[in-house]
Design a protein. Structure first.
Lengths: 450, 458
């Protein structure tokens, strides 16, 4: 069965082994496509929102704020100001006469009541259009209240999520450098690009602690403003995930000379290699020894249990469609570890380099796709007869309608999937859904059995 | 305590909404459009809005939600979105082949000032709309009204674009169900069928957003009102519109356009409102109420009388949409409960007046606010506590912090199932509501009762 696809999209889909690899990506979505992508604001919001002691005010009409109210389970070990929804709720007259005064009053009132450490003010499409001087209002309030008030230039139409990551990084970078760095260890780092879904950053922090490394700032999961302000005192930035916080790392590298390492905490290989690369960076034999020991301990515990899952899951087929391509790399490897075959892999916002790497690590026949839509995805799932689909909120019901298992590797994950223990949780989750007895009733299986 | 930041003292807030009790127009328009068979809702704006609307509907219904977007970029925001929309219409009809595209605007395209009818006309002139296919639209700026307004506007758009009078009055009633769940729409149709009233219901999301597991993914599920039916609404002998805010504009438009007279009623939630609905249908269609419906009604009444001692004087706080809250408040007052804090995010002063009228005999001060938010509701009930909360999932923060039982009711419900299958409208819906209310109250009573007064029989 040939899937239904827009002609214009042909170049954004590739079947490995059929022709030379040259995937078009980083294109604006086609008008009229049922794209699974989101906007700039969304990108900024998910990156900054876990900073728990900051005020997050959405300057715009109500929807933009309502939909992002506590949508991502970014856990905080302390303050939870980030879980409330604040909006200037722009009305028609604001659109006509401008929303600056309203924004000013809202900020003053909120800062008075909640005494946050800093405030982020998100601009939305409409604010970009009516031309409110966000920067000016923020400056004024900042002066009056004596805390950093940071505009986030996240007008939705200015691009996709990736542009939003960039805007978020720019806002955060204004905090960096303001704090006192005395007392920070030479063996220290910042964790970038982890949002503490299901408490994951706590797992990672623990690993670094066991290695003898001080974590200066969590960026941004369970994040704090004051930590960000002294983040420039760290010796290293470890950056997870393809896009979200890379820009911040690059800016810190340029201005403060802090090098960065790209890491991944998903999957055994990725996790171990990440820790080793950090140890190598510090060039400290004792630390390396401790790291080896850590990995050995964790694996000794993990492997026997993984083998059980592997026995059950070998030969099962998986499809992956996630936001960033970097996550897809780890998932491909993780499925391989479970003996499973990845038959489809795609992302909303991958870059050419990302897709080249995906191409290199996947098997012949694997479908690689950029910025896909439900029709394409569902036809690929059927064609490849997959057992599990890994995606986000909009993909879940498609999988279930087809009678295919599902794992949320995005905002809605309930279990920590990072670290060694995360691999086990992942295996368990994959096993639970792939092997669930409910599929015996779905037409897909019934037809096959008949 | 997630909401530890909520102070008791209430100060005037003019610039700020905290923890909203509403959302924006386009999501209502998108939901309404999904109630047309073979229709692809189209969001004319940038990608984010549309992604949020789809995600939220998906979380609420646990079903795939299809829609397309004009994918505005910076250029479109400066020069207007005409090119995007025309290209989108072309692409959609070529690849997804729906019968209808239902365009709604977003804050962005509204502010730019795109003239949608003119763009649709241009698309038609350029041959981008295949014969027999339709493009309809509604303006849905979110800086006016709320998601309910958006729903109302799109339903009115169906009338504006598709309803036609054939010169006859055919013996058939139009029913506009209001911004209710797919299961509610099914129940309303069932009741009309039980009464023997030929009808067309629009929109109709049953079997679109509560469809069965078939092992197949349908971009356009089997449910929904068809274009042909929508056309015929112009020749029906009358319209019954449920919910002033959500259904009123379409009903009036149909009256103006095709001279189909309308009755605009409250949503049939609870005993009295359902009585009025049934009676209105009976009168318009000239039928008698069958025994089967009398039995349903009798059962609801039976439970109300059996359990009335548990309802008496229980204080309730409500958050939701105006049409729902009006009927629900009436129902609660009817069974002797005391709704004392009532908030909707949707603006409109009529709502406050109506609620105060309904609750005038409640022997307790009543707070009501339109254009309010959950922060305000929380402040109210911190000074004057209640026994029960009713509203959407976002009330769970308050429920947890204040340790008050919560009955989920309204939109969105992101953390439970059932709302898309089991109705809250009609007599059966009333029964379900009572069951939920009693479960919540009695579970709490069981939990909190000291051992000696912990009762087996209640
Ligand atoms: S811009 Fe308007 S339409 Fe878009 S999400 Fe925000 S409020 Fe809704
Ligand atoms: S208005 Fe713009 S910023 Fe807001 S959700 Fe829509 S695209 Fe994103």
């Amino acid at each position: 069965m040939e899937p239904v696809i827009f002609e214009e999209r042909q170049t954004q889909i590739h079947r490995k082994g059929t022709q030379p690899f040259d995937l078009a990506c980083n294109k604006d979505s086609l008008a009229g496509a049922v794209s699974q992508r989101a906007c700039v604001f969304c990108g900024s919001r998910v990156v900054l929102y876990p900073i728990a002691d900051a005020l997050h005010l959405v300057h715009g009409p109500i929807g933009c704020a309502a939909y992002t109210w506590d949508i991502r389970g970014a856990l905080s070990s302390g303050p939870e100001l980030h879980r409330l929804s604040f909006s200037t709720d722009l009305q028609e007259r604001d659109v006509i006469f401008g929303g600056e005064k309203k924004l000013y009053r809202a900020l003053m009132e909120l800062i008075e009541r909640h005494s946050p450490k800093a405030a982020f003010v998100y601009s939305t499409c409409i604010v970009g259009l009516i031309g409110d001087d966000l920067e000016g209002v923020c400056k004024k309030v900042s002066k009056k209240k004596g805390i950093p008030v940071l505009p986030v230039q996240s007008e939705g139409f200015k691009g996709n999520k990736r542009a939003g990551y960039h805007a978020a990084c720019q806002a955060m970078f204004r905090l960096v450098g303001a704090g006192d760095t005395t007392g920070i260890s030479k063996k220290s780092l910042n964790i970038l690009g982890d949002f503490n879904l299901a408490g994951e950053i706590w797992i990672i922090r623990e690993y670094f602690k066991r290695m003898g490394i001080e974590v200066v700032a969590n960026i941004t999961g369970d994040g704090r403003v004051d930590d960000l302000r002294r983040a420039h005192g760290a010796a290293l930035n470890v950056v997870q995930c393809s896009g979200a916080t890379m820009d911040l790392a690059l800016m810190m590298e340029e201005v403060y000379g802090i090098p960065h390492l790209r890491v991944s905490y998903f999957g055994v290989e990725g996790m171990a290699e990440s820790l080793y690369s950090v140890a190598r960076f510090f060039d400290d034999p004792e630390m390396m020894a401790r790291t080896r020991e850590l990995v050995r301990e964790e694996l000794a515990e993990l492997y026997p249990r993984l083998q059980e899952f592997r026995r059950a899951l070998t030969g099962k087929k998986a499809a992956i469609y996630v936001g960033g391509a970097f996550k897809a790399f780890s998932l491909v490897k993780a499925f391989r570890l479970l003996g499973m075959e990845v038959v489809l892999v795609g992302s909303q916002t991958g870059t050419p380099a990302d897709y080249q790497e995906l191409h290199d690590i996947t098997d012949e026949g694997t479908i690689i796709v950029d910025d896909s839509n439900p029709l394409e995805l569902s036809s690929f799932l059927k064609e490849k007869d997959v057992d599990i689909f890994v995606g986000g909120v909009k993909e879940r019901p498609i999988a279930y309608k087809l009678g295919v298992g599902f794992c949320d590797h995005n905002h809605e994950r309930k279990e920590a999937l990072e670290g060694f223990v995360g691999m086990l949780n992942f295996a368990q989750e994959v096993y639970n859904t792939v092997m669930s007895p409910v599929w015996q009733f779905v037409p897909r299986k019934v037809r096959k059995a008949a | 305590m997630l909401l530890r930041h909520t102070p008791k003292e209430i100060t005037e807030r003019s610039a700020l909404t905290i923890n909203p009790a509403k959302t924006c127009q386009p999501i209502g328009a998108m939901y309404a459009a999904l109630g047309i068979h073979s229709c692809l809702p189209h969001s004319h704006g940038s990608q984010g809005c549309y992604a949020y609307h789809r995600s939220t509907l998906t979380r609420h219904y646990k079903e795939p939600v299809m829609a397309a977007t004009s994918s505005f970029t910076e250029g479109a925001s400066v020069f207007g979105g005409q090119a995007n929309l025309i290209q989108a219409i072309n692409n959609i009809f070529t690849v997804y082949e729906p019968e209808v595209i239902a365009v709604h605007t977003t804050c962005l395209s509204e502010t730019i000032g795109d003239d949608i009818p003119q763009i649709i006309a241009k698309a038609r002139d350029e041959g981008k709309i295949p014969p027999g296919r339709h493009v309809i639209h509604a303006n849905t700026p979110s800086y006016v009204g709320s998601h309910v307004t958006g729903f109302a506007n799109m339903v009115k758009g169906m009338v504006d674009y598709l309803a036609q009078s054939n010169g006859h009055k055919e013996s058939r009633v139009n029913i506009i169900p209001g911004y209710v769940e797919p299961g509610d729409m099914e129940e309303i149709k069932r009741l009309a069928g039980e009464l023997g009233v030929p009808h067309i219901m629009f929109p109709d999301t049953s079997n679109v957003l509560n469809g069965p597991q078939t092992g197949r993914y349908h971009m356009f599920p089997p449910g929904g009102v068809t274009v042909e039916e929508l056309t015929r609404t112009g020749s029906s002998m009358g319209t019954v519109a449920l919910g002033t805010l959500a259904s009123g504009p379409a009903a009036r438009a149909l009256d103006t356009k095709c001279k189909v007279p309308c009755e605009i009623l409250d949503l049939p939630i609870g005993l009295q409102a359902t009585d009025i609905f049934i009676d209105t249908l009976r009168q318009i269609a000239g039928v008698t109420v069958p025994e089967s419906i009398n039995i349903e009604r009798g059962r609801l009444l039976d439970v109300i009388t059996d359990m009335h001692q548990y309802f008496f004087g229980r204080k309730v706080a409500l958050a939701g949409d105006p049409d729902q809250l009006i009927s629900l408040t009436q129902f609660l007052v009817d069974i002797d409960m005391w709704p004392i804090h009532i908030v909707t995010g949707t603006p409109g002063k009529k709502f406050e007046k109506k609620i105060l009228e309904i609750t005038k005999d409640v022997p307790h001060p009543v707070n009501v606010k339109s254009g309010g938010d959950m922060f305000l509701l929380h402040q109210w009930l911190r000074s004057d506590p209640v026994d029960l909360l009713m509203g959407n999932t976002y009330l769970k923060y308050i429920a947890r912090d204040e340790d008050i039982p919560l009955v989920r009711f309204g939109f969105p419900i992101l953390d439970r199932i059932g709302h898309s299958y089991f109705p809250t409208v009609g007599y059966r819906g009333g029964l379900r509501l009572l069951e939920k209310i009693l479960d919540a109250l009695m579970d709490r009573q069981d939990r909190d009762a000291p051992e000696e007064s912990f009762e087996l029989v209640m």
